[in-house]
Design a protein around this ligand. Structure first.
Ligand code: AGP
Length: 615
């Protein structure tokens, strides 16, 4: 998604903004631009391409001095990626300059109205319409910029995070948000605006996360003012003291963020457990659950809404919740749930799972659920994110920043947290004996060390990857708790290597996919020693008889699948409901190594964004 960075203070704005935009590159983008007040005018430079290309473009420009400016990385929504459609955008008078992350849904009607009043447009973007609407409002009542922005935003429908400069009052930046994230960094006589904290965390750990329909008027050498967009009322925001440090953001010696995040999973899961998994006390303690226990216990059903990998985590959770707590669970794609007029009542609990906490479809699904009276519980990774604040209650996975577009530690920390929730509910409902409950807590506690063991297969997985990097199709098969892991493994491969892959319940193979199998087809089979082991062994035999190339994910010590498969990757034994936390590790590594061998952009795969904040 788009990235926004703004600076107002006493340092060189250009270098701070360029560096900040680089910290936001993981969000996915196709163009970059900057606007700087150099003491005389507002200088704008923008380009289709990377931030490095922008940096090169402005290197020789003279008017990049000054300590006020805004910068933007664009992920195209309206208008193809090109220089003209890049941000920042001037208003017609060139007095105003804007950058924007989001979608103005009613921009066409506003644009026509402005054309009727004599405005002209150079780009195909909704953003250029917005800056001219603000200008039109300003002119109509000789308003200061802040008031004009507030009035204009009450006329738009859609999502926005914006920053606006006005040459008539150049020592001020007006920022506002609805639906797209925006944080204000509060330094010593300097302020930052950004889509998340990474561009300013090295300068200040004091952050204000604007809520929906809030705006900030940031002025040089003065205290910022915060207003509600609907009512124009002033308010004093909560300043968060962030613990995120820049070192966490760097790759810490790994070639890619994705590999770093795969290897961070043991620590990330420990962080998810912290203060919640109390094995010695025989307890799981999660305030969000404790405070709302009755709602969960009396729920007619639990509906899980999510997208992508988070949806896969939700599918694992369905198996865990129903097995342990015997609560009916349905898992829905948020993008479908929000439009299919679902039956949701005040007897329902909806769990929204989202790493970024900004996924538009998931946010919309939550709003629909709340409108129908459901209790909404958010499982997010980003503190202060929109979904975490829209939900009635929730729990953070505390996985730390996940920069790689392909979600890895978010997936395993989501499952870990959801498993704790299911155990807590099972205990409260008495559907799990005390001894089984305690045994499960111990099994949970051993997961980080077992992932460490699973990660030791990295070298073997890399060798296997070399055999299959040129395949054009993969099939991933799993049963029970590991069926969702087959889906997740296929998604990982698709999104970073661009090889087509499909996940299937293993038993479904004979209902169609088996027709695909020949000697050129690699099939990854999750064949761990649990419930349906014998059945999955016969699936492996069916594949073998059709000359398919079998990569088996097996429980350490397995001999049966080992005798049949072309390759096996062993993982440690654990409780069946926790096995997805281990079986997913070799699949993450397999997709990573194949993508690296194919020289793909592992951390920023084509066409993808880390957080899909628009429909
Ligand atoms: C997974 O690797 C992808 N990056 C994508 O499917 C992602 O899981 C999905 O967009 C949901 O994102 P969220 O968890 O931030 O809501």
């Amino acid at each position: 998604m788009c990235g926004i960075v703004g600076y107002i203070g006493h340092r060189d704005a250009c270098s701070i903004i360029i560096k900040g935009l680089k910290r936001l590159e993981y969000r996915g983008y196709d163009s970059a631009g900057i606007a700087l007040y150099d003491g005389k005018g507002i200088y704008v430079s923008k380009i289709k391409g990377k931030v490095n290309d922008l940096e090169e473009k402005i290197a020789s420009d003279k008017n990049t001095n000054g300590s006020i400016g805004i910068g933007h990385t664009r992920w195209a929504t309206h208008g193809v990626p090109n220089d003209i459609n890049s941000h920042p955008h001037y208003s017609n008078s060139r007095n105003l300059v804007i950058i924007h992350n989001g979608i103005i849904e009613n921009y066409a009607a506003i644009k026509q109205e402005l054309i009727n009043r004599g405005y002209t447009f150079h780009s195909d973007t909704d953003t250029e319409v917005l800056v001219n609407l603000i200008e039109d409002v300003q002119k109509s009542g000789s308003y200061m910029l802040g008031k004009a922005v507030q009035i204009a935003l009450n006329q738009v429908v859609g999502a926005y995070a914006i920053a606006v400069l006005d040459i008539k009052k150049p020592n001020e930046i007006v920022a506002a948000r609805l639906g797209s994230p925006l944080a204000v960094g509060v330094g010593k006589d300097e302020f930052f605006i950004a889509s998340d904290a990474s561009p300013f965390i090295e300068y200040t750990s004091n952050a204000i996360y604007l809520e929906d329909e809030e705006m900030a008027i940031i002025r040089q050498h003065k205290e910022p003012r915060f207003r509600k967009i609907k009512t124009d009322l002033l308010f004093t925001p909560y300043v968060q003291k962030l613990k995120l440090n820049i070192e966490e953001i760097e790759k810490r010696g790994y070639e890619h963020f994705m590999l770093k995040e795969i290897f961070e999973q043991p620590q990330a899961i420990k962080d998810t457990y912290r203060g919640r998994l109390l094995v010695h006390n025989g307890l799981v303690k999660m305030s969000g659950i404790e405070d709302n226990l009755e709602k969960f216990l009396n729920a007619q059903k639990i509906t899980i809404v999510a997208c992508g990998t988070s949806w896969h985590a939700g599918l694992v959770a369905e198996y865990i919740f129903e097995n342990l707590a015997r609560i009916p669970v349905e898992v829905e794609y948020a993008s479908e749930f929000r439009y299919r007029n679902p039956i949701v009542t005040n007897k329902d609990v909806v769990i929204a799972i989202s790493q970024s906490g900004e996924t538009a479809d998931t946010l919309a699904a939550i709003k629909l659920a709340k409108e129908n009276g459901a209790f909404v519980f958010g499982v997010c990774n980003v503190v202060g994110s929109s979904i975490s604040r829209e939900a009635h209650a929730g729990a953070y996975t505390h996985a730390g920043p996940e920069i790689g577009v392909a979600s890895t530690k978010a997936f395993t920390t989501q499952i870990s947290l959801l498993a704790m929730m299911a155990l807590r509910l099972a205990k409260a409902k008495g559907t799990l004996s005390t001894s089984d409950f305690k045994r499960s807590l111990v099994a949970l506690e051993t997961i980080p060390s077992k992932i460490e063991i699973a990660l030791k297969s990295d070298g073997l997985v890399k060798e296997i990857a070399e055999n299959y990097k040129d395949a054009t199709n993969f099939l991933y098969l799993g049963r029970g708790f590991n069926f969702p892991v087959a889906l997740e493994g296929a998604l990982k491969l698709k999104e970073i290597s661009y090889i087509h892959a499909e996940g299937y319940p293993a038993a479904e193979m004979k209902h169609g996919p088996i027709a695909l199998i020949d000697e050129n087809m690699p099939i990854v089979v999750i064949a761990t020693k649990y419930g349906h082991y014998e059945k999955i062994v016969s699936n492996v035999q069916e594949i073998k008889s059709r000359k398919g190339k079998i990569i088996g994910i097996v429980t350490e010590g397995d001999t049966q699948v080992k005798a049949l498969a072309d390759h096996v990757i062993e993982i440690p034994e654990t409780s069946e409901f926790l096995s997805p936390l281990l079986t997913t590790i070799p699949l993450q590594l397999l997709s990573y190594h194949i993508a690296v061998l194919l020289e793909k952009n592992v951390d920023q795969p084509r066409n993808l964004a880390k957080s899909v904040t628009v429909e």
